[in-house]
Structure formats: C-alpha cells, structure tokens
Write a new protein. Structure first.
Length: 69
C-alpha cells in the first residue's frame, strides 16, 4: 500500500470533508481517505496497482475542489 498527501483547495466544512472522502473511497484500490480541513489536504492510503494519482485527483475535482499540483 502507498500513502499520499494531496493538497486540495476549497474545502471549508464537514460537507466538503464528506464529499472528498466519499469520492476517493468509491475508487477501487483506495483503502482510506482522511481529510484535514485545517491543513487543506487529504491523506490517502491506496494500492498503486489499482488506482492512479491522476484518477484520485480527477475524483476530487469532480466534486468541485481544486487539487494543487
């Protein structure tokens, strides 16, 4: 399992946290996703053979948030 911290702009509340964690959790290969609103990021544990960083970023952006590269 790999771990990655993804910086995300635009998250401000519990709904934002739920939306991002939910979108990532629906991806095959994502074991866990934990949003930190204070740090504006999400810590993801995932299987690199099943999900890519690009697909995780796309899932976050589909919820209306910006992923900082």
């Amino acid at each position: 399992m790999a771990r990655k911290t993804i910086d995300v702009e635009g998250m401000t509340c519990g709904h934002c946290k739920s939306a991002v964690e939910g979108a990532l959790s629906e991806l095959e290969g994502v074991k866990s996703a934990d949003v930190n609103l204070d740090a504006n990021n999400v810590n993801v544990e995932y299987d690199e053979s099943k999900v890519t960083e690009a697909s995780m970023a796309e899932a976050i952006e589909d919820q209306g948030y910006d992923v900082k590269q």
